[in-house]
Design a binder for this molecule. Sequence first.
Ligand code: HEC
Length: 149
Amino acid sequence: MKSFSKVVAAFAISALALTACSSKTQTADDIKARQDIMQDWRISSDIMKGMTEKPETFDAAAFKEQADSIKASTDHVWSHFADAANKGKAQDAVWSDAAGFKAKADEFNAAATALSDAAANAQSANDVSAPLGKLGESCGSCHKAYKQP
Ligand code: HEC
């Protein structure tokens, strides 16, 4: 069990690394995987935004489910950008400015964690609207620099 958890930990660390890793097999499936995750983020964001725009519809459990699902995918989404050959609709800057992209990804991960934490204790839409706004800004600021328009 001990060595197994070590392997799992090592895998989690390598999955977080954004630098291209030639020993790992990367395919065009990475493009679909990351696009599918981002499509899910769009849906989750819309559901949460709907609740903050109509505070009387706020449902703490439903909101938390969406926030947690975004947070959970931050573990692995960025690993799907490892190979510069898999461009999709990403800008070259994802790879030519890998440090800048990683900074945006880290900022997003922190915003997703903050939103999930706020959702865990939220009594009303008021308690989550600021962290939700921050998350949305984080999507937009990364897209501006790293996603094709
Ligand atoms: C750190 C950068 C970054 C962050 C943060 C980010 N995105 Fe993206 N997003 C990208 C890139 C790069 C692409 C293009 C990926 C591709 O086509 O391979 C993309 C693509 C997308 C797409 C299009 C997917 C498709 O099917 O073509 C959607 C929708 C999307 N993002 C939504 C979001 C939402 C919503 C958030 C915030 C909750 C978000 N993204 C946060 C970088 C980011």
